[in-house]
Design a protein. Sequence first.
Length: 357
Amino acid sequence: MNTAELHRKIFLALLLGVSLAFLAILWPFYGAVFWGAILALLFMPLHRRLLQRMPSRPNLAALSTLALCLLIVILPVALITASLVREAAVLVNRLRSGELNFGLYLQHVIDVLPPWVAEGLDRLGLGNVAAVRAQLASAATQISQFIAGQALTVGQNTAHFVVSLGIMLYLLFFLLRDGQALSMRIRQALPLDEAHKRDLLAKFATVIRATVKGNVVVALTQGALGGLIFWVLGIQGPVLWATLMAFLSLLPAVGAGLIWGPVAIYFLATGAFFKALILIAFGVFVIGLVDNLLRPILVGKDTKLPDYLVLISTLGGMSLFGINGFVIGPLIAALFVASWDLFAARASHTDRADGKD
Protein backbone atom coordinates (compact mmCIF):
# COMPACT_ATOMS: atom_id res chain seq x y z
CA MET A 1 0.00 0.00 0.00
CA ASN A 2 1.48 3.32 -1.06
CA THR A 3 1.52 6.43 1.12
CA ALA A 4 -1.22 8.23 -0.82
CA GLU A 5 -3.60 5.29 -0.46
CA LEU A 6 -2.84 5.03 3.27
CA HIS A 7 -3.48 8.74 3.78
CA ARG A 8 -6.75 8.45 1.87
CA LYS A 9 -7.99 5.59 4.08
CA ILE A 10 -6.99 7.43 7.26
CA PHE A 11 -8.82 10.53 6.06
CA LEU A 12 -11.96 8.53 5.23
CA ALA A 13 -11.85 6.87 8.67
CA LEU A 14 -11.48 10.30 10.28
CA LEU A 15 -14.34 11.66 8.19
CA LEU A 16 -16.59 8.75 9.18
CA GLY A 17 -15.66 9.07 12.86
CA VAL A 18 -16.32 12.80 13.18
CA SER A 19 -19.53 12.43 11.18
CA LEU A 20 -20.84 9.76 13.56
CA ALA A 21 -19.77 11.86 16.56
CA PHE A 22 -21.59 14.89 15.12
CA LEU A 23 -24.75 12.82 14.57
CA ALA A 24 -24.52 11.57 18.17
CA ILE A 25 -24.38 15.19 19.38
CA LEU A 26 -27.45 16.10 17.32
CA TRP A 27 -29.43 12.99 18.25
CA PRO A 28 -31.06 14.37 21.47
CA PHE A 29 -32.63 17.08 19.30
CA TYR A 30 -32.99 15.11 16.09
CA GLY A 31 -36.73 15.84 15.96
CA ALA A 32 -36.12 19.59 16.08
CA VAL A 33 -33.39 19.37 13.42
CA PHE A 34 -35.50 17.05 11.27
CA TRP A 35 -38.60 19.25 11.30
CA GLY A 36 -36.55 22.39 10.87
CA ALA A 37 -35.18 20.91 7.63
CA ILE A 38 -38.64 19.70 6.57
CA LEU A 39 -40.26 23.09 7.11
CA ALA A 40 -37.39 24.82 5.31
CA LEU A 41 -37.93 22.56 2.31
CA LEU A 42 -41.70 23.13 2.34
CA PHE A 43 -41.50 26.90 2.73
CA MET A 44 -38.54 27.42 0.39
CA PRO A 45 -40.74 28.27 -2.65
CA LEU A 46 -42.48 30.97 -0.60
CA HIS A 47 -39.12 32.27 0.63
CA ARG A 48 -37.85 32.53 -2.93
CA ARG A 49 -40.87 34.59 -3.94
CA LEU A 50 -40.32 36.93 -1.00
CA LEU A 51 -36.63 37.12 -1.83
CA GLN A 52 -37.47 38.24 -5.36
CA ARG A 53 -39.36 41.18 -3.85
CA MET A 54 -36.46 42.12 -1.55
CA PRO A 55 -33.31 40.74 -3.23
CA SER A 56 -30.91 42.84 -1.16
CA ARG A 57 -32.45 41.86 2.20
CA PRO A 58 -32.10 38.07 2.67
CA ASN A 59 -32.41 38.31 6.46
CA LEU A 60 -35.75 40.12 6.25
CA ALA A 61 -37.02 37.63 3.65
CA ALA A 62 -36.06 34.71 5.91
CA LEU A 63 -37.68 36.37 8.95
CA SER A 64 -40.85 37.05 6.97
CA THR A 65 -41.03 33.41 5.86
CA LEU A 66 -40.40 32.29 9.44
CA ALA A 67 -43.24 34.51 10.68
CA LEU A 68 -45.61 33.05 8.09
CA CYS A 69 -44.55 29.54 9.12
CA LEU A 70 -45.37 30.39 12.74
CA LEU A 71 -48.76 31.76 11.71
CA ILE A 72 -49.68 28.92 9.33
CA VAL A 73 -48.24 25.89 11.10
CA ILE A 74 -47.01 26.34 14.65
CA LEU A 75 -49.73 28.59 16.12
CA PRO A 76 -52.63 26.35 14.92
CA VAL A 77 -50.82 23.27 16.26
CA ALA A 78 -50.37 24.98 19.63
CA LEU A 79 -54.07 25.92 19.81
CA ILE A 80 -55.20 22.41 18.89
CA THR A 81 -52.81 20.94 21.45
CA ALA A 82 -54.23 23.18 24.19
CA SER A 83 -57.78 22.07 23.34
CA LEU A 84 -56.65 18.46 23.22
CA VAL A 85 -55.08 18.68 26.69
CA ARG A 86 -58.32 20.10 28.12
CA GLU A 87 -60.46 17.36 26.59
CA ALA A 88 -57.97 14.67 27.64
CA ALA A 89 -58.19 15.93 31.24
CA VAL A 90 -62.00 15.68 31.08
CA LEU A 91 -61.71 12.15 29.68
CA VAL A 92 -59.38 11.10 32.52
CA ASN A 93 -61.80 12.43 35.13
CA ARG A 94 -64.74 10.61 33.53
CA LEU A 95 -62.75 7.35 33.43
CA ARG A 96 -61.74 7.66 37.07
CA SER A 97 -65.25 8.55 38.26
CA GLY A 98 -66.81 5.65 36.35
CA GLU A 99 -69.00 7.95 34.29
CA LEU A 100 -67.28 6.52 31.22
CA ASN A 101 -67.75 2.76 31.57
CA PHE A 102 -66.54 0.71 28.61
CA GLY A 103 -67.69 -2.49 30.26
CA LEU A 104 -71.26 -1.23 30.36
CA TYR A 105 -71.04 -0.23 26.69
CA LEU A 106 -69.83 -3.74 25.87
CA GLN A 107 -72.75 -5.22 27.79
CA HIS A 108 -75.17 -3.18 25.67
CA VAL A 109 -73.56 -4.48 22.50
CA ILE A 110 -73.54 -8.13 23.58
CA ASP A 111 -77.17 -8.00 24.72
CA VAL A 112 -78.42 -7.24 21.22
CA LEU A 113 -76.18 -9.68 19.35
CA PRO A 114 -77.77 -12.64 17.49
CA PRO A 115 -77.35 -16.00 19.28
CA TRP A 116 -74.91 -17.36 16.70
CA VAL A 117 -72.65 -14.34 17.21
CA ALA A 118 -72.81 -14.75 20.98
CA GLU A 119 -71.86 -18.44 20.59
CA GLY A 120 -68.90 -17.43 18.43
CA LEU A 121 -67.76 -14.99 21.11
CA ASP A 122 -68.05 -17.75 23.70
CA ARG A 123 -65.78 -19.98 21.63
CA LEU A 124 -63.27 -17.14 21.38
CA GLY A 125 -63.39 -16.58 25.11
CA LEU A 126 -65.13 -13.23 24.75
CA GLY A 127 -68.56 -14.31 25.93
CA ASN A 128 -67.77 -13.98 29.64
CA VAL A 129 -69.07 -10.45 30.00
CA ALA A 130 -67.94 -10.07 33.61
CA ALA A 131 -64.35 -11.04 32.76
CA VAL A 132 -64.25 -8.83 29.68
CA ARG A 133 -65.74 -5.92 31.63
CA ALA A 134 -63.06 -6.38 34.30
CA GLN A 135 -60.38 -6.36 31.63
CA LEU A 136 -61.87 -3.24 30.04
CA ALA A 137 -62.08 -1.53 33.41
CA SER A 138 -58.44 -2.39 34.06
CA ALA A 139 -57.50 -1.13 30.60
CA ALA A 140 -59.44 2.10 31.17
CA THR A 141 -57.61 2.62 34.46
CA GLN A 142 -54.27 2.01 32.74
CA ILE A 143 -55.22 4.43 29.96
CA SER A 144 -56.15 7.13 32.44
CA GLN A 145 -52.91 6.55 34.34
CA PHE A 146 -50.96 6.67 31.08
CA ILE A 147 -52.61 9.93 30.02
CA ALA A 148 -51.97 11.45 33.44
CA GLY A 149 -48.38 10.23 33.36
CA GLN A 150 -47.87 11.67 29.90
CA ALA A 151 -49.27 14.99 31.06
CA LEU A 152 -46.81 14.95 33.97
CA THR A 153 -43.97 14.04 31.62
CA VAL A 154 -44.90 16.87 29.30
CA GLY A 155 -44.86 19.25 32.24
CA GLN A 156 -41.49 17.99 33.38
CA ASN A 157 -40.08 18.20 29.85
CA THR A 158 -41.34 21.70 29.17
CA ALA A 159 -37.79 23.04 29.23
CA HIS A 160 -36.67 20.42 26.70
CA PHE A 161 -39.65 21.21 24.47
CA VAL A 162 -38.94 24.95 24.60
CA VAL A 163 -35.28 24.35 23.77
CA SER A 164 -36.23 22.03 20.90
CA LEU A 165 -38.70 24.57 19.53
CA GLY A 166 -36.07 27.28 19.75
CA ILE A 167 -33.53 25.10 17.95
CA MET A 168 -36.04 24.29 15.22
CA LEU A 169 -36.95 27.95 14.62
CA TYR A 170 -33.31 29.07 14.79
CA LEU A 171 -32.25 26.37 12.35
CA LEU A 172 -35.23 27.11 10.12
CA PHE A 173 -34.18 30.74 9.77
CA PHE A 174 -30.65 29.86 8.62
CA LEU A 175 -31.82 27.04 6.36
CA LEU A 176 -34.17 29.47 4.64
CA ARG A 177 -31.51 32.13 4.32
CA ASP A 178 -28.56 29.89 3.38
CA GLY A 179 -30.38 26.81 2.11
CA GLN A 180 -29.42 27.20 -1.52
CA ALA A 181 -25.70 27.53 -0.71
CA LEU A 182 -25.88 24.57 1.68
CA SER A 183 -27.64 22.49 -0.96
CA MET A 184 -24.87 23.26 -3.45
CA ARG A 185 -22.19 22.21 -0.94
CA ILE A 186 -23.95 18.92 -0.26
CA ARG A 187 -24.34 18.35 -3.97
CA GLN A 188 -20.62 18.98 -4.55
CA ALA A 189 -19.64 16.63 -1.71
CA LEU A 190 -21.66 13.65 -2.97
CA PRO A 191 -19.32 11.19 -4.73
CA LEU A 192 -21.72 10.55 -7.63
CA ASP A 193 -22.13 11.52 -11.25
CA GLU A 194 -23.78 14.88 -11.78
CA ALA A 195 -26.86 13.30 -13.37
CA HIS A 196 -27.23 10.89 -10.46
CA LYS A 197 -26.87 13.72 -7.93
CA ARG A 198 -29.55 15.70 -9.71
CA ASP A 199 -31.95 12.76 -9.86
CA LEU A 200 -31.48 11.71 -6.24
CA LEU A 201 -31.75 15.23 -4.79
CA ALA A 202 -34.81 15.94 -6.91
CA LYS A 203 -36.36 12.68 -5.72
CA PHE A 204 -35.51 13.56 -2.12
CA ALA A 205 -37.22 16.97 -2.33
CA THR A 206 -40.24 15.58 -4.20
CA VAL A 207 -40.83 12.77 -1.70
CA ILE A 208 -40.52 15.11 1.29
CA ARG A 209 -43.01 17.58 -0.12
CA ALA A 210 -45.46 14.95 -1.33
CA THR A 211 -45.33 12.87 1.84
CA VAL A 212 -45.63 15.74 4.30
CA LYS A 213 -48.18 17.78 2.38
CA GLY A 214 -50.16 14.74 1.24
CA ASN A 215 -50.32 12.93 4.57
CA VAL A 216 -50.89 16.12 6.55
CA VAL A 217 -53.69 17.26 4.22
CA VAL A 218 -55.36 13.83 4.42
CA ALA A 219 -54.93 13.68 8.21
CA LEU A 220 -56.27 17.18 8.79
CA THR A 221 -59.20 16.61 6.43
CA GLN A 222 -60.22 13.29 7.93
CA GLY A 223 -59.72 14.54 11.48
CA ALA A 224 -61.75 17.70 10.83
CA LEU A 225 -64.57 15.74 9.16
CA GLY A 226 -64.58 13.16 11.95
CA GLY A 227 -64.63 15.81 14.65
CA LEU A 228 -67.43 17.62 12.83
CA ILE A 229 -69.70 14.57 12.61
CA PHE A 230 -68.97 13.69 16.26
CA TRP A 231 -69.93 17.25 17.28
CA VAL A 232 -73.11 17.09 15.19
CA LEU A 233 -74.09 13.77 16.80
CA GLY A 234 -73.44 15.14 20.29
CA ILE A 235 -70.45 12.91 21.12
CA GLN A 236 -68.36 14.45 23.89
CA GLY A 237 -64.73 15.41 23.24
CA PRO A 238 -64.91 16.02 19.48
CA VAL A 239 -61.47 17.67 19.41
CA LEU A 240 -59.91 14.67 21.15
CA TRP A 241 -61.56 12.18 18.77
CA ALA A 242 -60.72 14.37 15.78
CA THR A 243 -57.07 14.38 16.82
CA LEU A 244 -57.05 10.61 17.24
CA MET A 245 -58.65 10.16 13.81
CA ALA A 246 -56.14 12.55 12.26
CA PHE A 247 -53.26 10.63 13.83
CA LEU A 248 -54.63 7.22 12.81
CA SER A 249 -55.31 8.45 9.28
CA LEU A 250 -51.54 8.46 8.78
CA LEU A 251 -52.04 4.71 8.39
CA PRO A 252 -53.39 4.19 4.87
CA ALA A 253 -56.51 2.07 4.36
CA VAL A 254 -57.50 1.66 8.04
CA GLY A 255 -57.05 5.02 9.72
CA ALA A 256 -60.04 6.92 11.07
CA GLY A 257 -62.35 3.89 10.88
CA LEU A 258 -60.72 2.56 14.05
CA ILE A 259 -62.43 5.43 15.90
CA TRP A 260 -65.80 5.99 14.24
CA GLY A 261 -66.42 2.27 13.57
CA PRO A 262 -66.79 1.18 17.23
CA VAL A 263 -68.91 4.26 17.97
CA ALA A 264 -71.27 3.31 15.12
CA ILE A 265 -71.50 -0.24 16.50
CA TYR A 266 -72.40 1.13 19.92
CA PHE A 267 -75.12 3.32 18.41
CA LEU A 268 -76.58 0.26 16.67
CA ALA A 269 -76.45 -1.79 19.87
CA THR A 270 -78.21 0.87 21.93
CA GLY A 271 -80.97 1.46 19.38
CA ALA A 272 -79.71 4.82 18.12
CA PHE A 273 -80.19 3.63 14.54
CA PHE A 274 -80.52 7.09 13.04
CA LYS A 275 -77.21 8.24 14.52
CA ALA A 276 -75.57 4.96 13.54
CA LEU A 277 -76.69 5.24 9.91
CA ILE A 278 -75.55 8.86 9.70
CA LEU A 279 -72.14 8.01 11.18
CA ILE A 280 -71.64 4.94 8.97
CA ALA A 281 -72.71 6.76 5.81
CA PHE A 282 -70.51 9.76 6.64
CA GLY A 283 -67.58 7.54 7.63
CA VAL A 284 -67.71 5.41 4.48
CA PHE A 285 -68.72 7.92 1.82
CA VAL A 286 -67.07 11.10 3.14
CA ILE A 287 -64.19 10.29 5.50
CA GLY A 288 -63.29 7.10 3.62
CA LEU A 289 -63.33 8.75 0.21
CA VAL A 290 -60.87 11.38 1.43
CA ASP A 291 -58.31 8.62 1.98
CA ASN A 292 -59.15 6.79 -1.24
CA LEU A 293 -59.12 9.88 -3.45
CA LEU A 294 -56.68 12.36 -1.95
CA ARG A 295 -53.86 10.09 -0.73
CA PRO A 296 -53.04 8.50 -4.14
CA ILE A 297 -53.19 11.96 -5.76
CA LEU A 298 -51.10 13.80 -3.18
CA VAL A 299 -48.69 11.05 -2.12
CA GLY A 300 -48.50 8.21 -4.62
CA LYS A 301 -48.62 10.37 -7.75
CA ASP A 302 -45.60 12.55 -6.89
CA THR A 303 -43.52 9.87 -5.17
CA LYS A 304 -44.35 7.34 -7.92
CA LEU A 305 -44.58 4.65 -5.24
CA PRO A 306 -47.27 1.96 -5.31
CA ASP A 307 -49.88 2.15 -2.57
CA TYR A 308 -48.70 -1.04 -0.86
CA LEU A 309 -45.14 0.29 -0.60
CA VAL A 310 -46.41 3.59 0.85
CA LEU A 311 -48.43 1.63 3.45
CA ILE A 312 -45.60 -0.72 4.45
CA SER A 313 -42.95 2.01 4.57
CA THR A 314 -45.24 4.29 6.60
CA LEU A 315 -45.98 1.57 9.16
CA GLY A 316 -42.33 0.51 9.34
CA GLY A 317 -41.12 4.09 9.64
CA MET A 318 -43.55 4.90 12.45
CA SER A 319 -42.62 1.72 14.33
CA LEU A 320 -38.94 2.72 14.24
CA PHE A 321 -39.04 6.51 14.47
CA GLY A 322 -42.41 7.29 16.02
CA ILE A 323 -44.50 10.08 14.53
CA ASN A 324 -41.53 11.25 12.43
CA GLY A 325 -41.61 7.90 10.66
CA PHE A 326 -44.56 8.85 8.47
CA VAL A 327 -42.05 11.00 6.56
CA ILE A 328 -38.86 9.00 7.08
CA GLY A 329 -40.37 5.66 6.02
CA PRO A 330 -41.66 6.67 2.55
CA LEU A 331 -38.53 8.79 2.05
CA ILE A 332 -36.24 5.81 2.59
CA ALA A 333 -38.48 3.66 0.37
CA ALA A 334 -38.42 6.23 -2.44
CA LEU A 335 -34.66 6.68 -2.24
CA PHE A 336 -34.26 2.89 -2.20
CA VAL A 337 -36.29 2.56 -5.39
CA ALA A 338 -34.52 5.51 -7.03
CA SER A 339 -31.05 4.18 -6.11
CA TRP A 340 -31.78 0.74 -7.54
CA ASP A 341 -33.23 2.32 -10.68
CA LEU A 342 -30.01 4.28 -11.12
CA PHE A 343 -27.95 1.15 -10.46
CA ALA A 344 -29.95 -0.84 -13.01
CA ALA A 345 -29.64 1.94 -15.60
CA ARG A 346 -25.91 2.19 -15.00
CA ALA A 347 -25.47 -1.60 -15.25
CA SER A 348 -27.48 -1.65 -18.48
CA HIS A 349 -25.35 1.16 -19.90
CA THR A 350 -22.16 -0.73 -18.95
CA ASP A 351 -23.44 -3.93 -20.56
CA ARG A 352 -24.21 -2.09 -23.80
CA ALA A 353 -20.78 -0.50 -23.78
CA ASP A 354 -19.13 -3.92 -23.25
CA GLY A 355 -21.24 -5.37 -26.06
CA LYS A 356 -19.97 -2.71 -28.46
CA ASP A 357 -16.39 -3.51 -27.56
